[in-house]
Design a protein around this ligand. Structure first.
Ligand code: UD1
Ligand code: CA
Length: 456
């Protein structure tokens, strides 16, 4: 492929009116990644060196999202797809190789498909090769008009006759043009149609009429062609892409008990022999090791999870868990948490921005915030690190081997030294030295026969 000098033009200036959204259409996410990034990734896979992005509505937001890997051209007024490509003409003038044109709103197209399209185009020396698809419901798409089997035109829904509307072969909005043909032909487009727009699709008829060679390439899997114009299509695309991700994971050795109830975003990676139970939702840049049991009903966002961990009914955000840990059920790990090896975090435990050292246990009903917990620490049921004084957050340090009795309050800033022991029910406001007992509660008094006397 790389022997051709490949350029791609990506059309993404439209408002996306039918999305009914403040957000530019191409920034709507599918499997956690903006649509435009899916398109750019496919171009990357097809080894396209030069990418020219046409932006208009929400240009600034889209530019921020795509970064510096693309050249940007502005289309100030959205006068149609032909007009959009026309804006890139100064940049195409020296293009001798093929120019791929894709829409920013067809995120399911695969890199392999684009590579095949380019190859077919180059072999046949066409003026243009159109990527088409056979679909059940062609409504809204441009129809492929053929004569004697040869493609002769593309007719938009709004301009189609009753007969043409019955055609089920559609234009995917993806084309491979000969650069010199495109540069020359763009000038000839007019807006004499039902929408008063400059249609890029008119170049097909133009080429045919000029006696040039025009071909089509029919998609094997028509689902790749799904164009996202509204939120129904957004949900359909999500489903299709989700299926792709889960199938790949399964083939790579991950067990997914119920793929219809498991969600894994595009950037997530999972090691072999990990099992995902239903209701698992893995998002962002999450990395999960091998031999883990995840779920049921667990959400993990942008976190790094090691090997051989069991995580049930838990929410984990921007945290790190090393190997051999047991988390949940019903734990909540908030950003900045680091759980070292062999730790147990049990039910109804919330941990925020804290480190829990190797082999420590926080088995139930506990809040740990802004704390450094050492190795082999046991934190009893109902312990609270009182980290907030109403104005500022303070740090709690619990060193190796310490034992925190149940229902203790550790009022930060405070340090519990190595192997110290906190009596249950204590409110600790001062540091506790190593190997010492910290006890801070009212002394018990028994009033003998108090109940009996009261009754008398
Ligand atoms: C277009 C095609 C149609 C095809 C369909 C595939 C035309 C005239 N029609 O229709 O044949 O079946 O895609 O999904 O090309 N855009 C601009 N500037 C504009 C207009 C559009 O950049 O002035 C961009 C949009 O942001 C979008 C893409 O071009 O990413 C397609 O535009 P859209 O309005 O969605 O075209 P369709 O009506 O879907
Ligand atoms: Ca579209």
């Amino acid at each position: 492929m790389s022997s051709y000098n490949l350029t791609a033009v990506i059309l993404a200036a439209g408002l996306g009116t039918r999305m009914k959204s403040k957000l530019p259409k191409v920034l709507h996410k599918i499997t956690g990644v903006p649509m435009i990034n899916h398109v750019l990734q496919a171009l990357e896979q097809a080894q396209i060196q030069r990418k020219i992005l046409v932006l208009g509505h929400g240009a600034k937001e889209v530019e921020e999202q795509v970064g510096v890997s693309v050249e940007v051209v502005y289309q100030r007024e959205q006068l149609g797809t032909g007009h959009a490509v026309l804006q890139t003409r100064p940049l195409l003038e020296k293009c001798t190789g093929p120019v791929l044109v894709v829409c920013g709103d067809t995120p399911l197209l695969r890199g392999e498909t684009l590579a095949e399209l380019i190859e077919k185009h180059e072999k046949g020396k066409q003026a243009v090769t159109v990527l088409t698809a056979q679909v059940e419901n062609p409504y809204g798409y441009g129809r492929i008009v053929r004569q004697g089997g040869k493609i002769v035109a593309i007719r938009e829904e709004k301009d189609a006759t009753m007969e043409e509307k019955k055609i089920t072969e559609i234009n995917t909005g993806t084309y491979c043009f000969s650069g010199p043909f495109l540069v020359e032909a763009l000038d000839k487009l007019t807006s004499a149609n039902a929408q008063g727009e400059y249609y890029l699709t008119d170049l097909i008829e133009l080429a045919v009429k000029a006696g040039l060679n025009v071909e089509s390439f029919i998609l094997e899997d028509s689902r790749e062609s799904l164009g996202i114009n509204n939120r129904l299509q957004l949900a359909q695309a999500e489903k299709i892409m989700q299926k792709r991700i889960l199938e790949k994971l399964m083939l790579d050795g991950v067990t997914i008990i119920d793929p219809d109830n498991t969600y894994v975003e595009a950037k997530v990676s999972i090691g072999q022999d990990t099992i995902l139970y239903p209701g698992t939702y893995l998002q962002g840049d999450t990395i999960i090791g091998s031999d883990c049991l995840i779920g049921p009903n667990t959400r993990i966002v942008s976190s790094k999870i090691g090997n051989n961990n069991t995580i049930q009914n838990t929410v984990i955000l921007e945290s790190q868990i090393n190997d051999n840990c047991q988390i949940g059920p019903f734990a909540y790990l908030r950003p900045g948490t680091v759980i070292e090896e062999g730790v147990k975090i049990g039910d109804f435990v919330e941990i925020k921005k804290s480190t829990i050292g190797k082999g420590s246990k926080v088995p139930h009903l506990t809040y740990v915030g802004d704390a450094f917990v050492g190795k082999k620490v046991n934190i009893g049921c109902g312990t609270i690190t009182c980290n907030y004084d109403g104005e500022k957050k303070h740090v709690t340090i619990i060193k190796d081997g310490a034992f925190i009795g149940s229902n203790s309050n550790l009022v930060a800033p405070v340090t519990i030294e190595e192997n110290a022991f906190i009596a249950a029910g204590s409110t600790i406001t001062e540091d506790v030295p190593e190997n010492s007992l910290g006890i801070a509660r009212g002394k018990q008094k028994n009033i003998i026969n108090w109940v009996k006397k009261k009754k008398d």
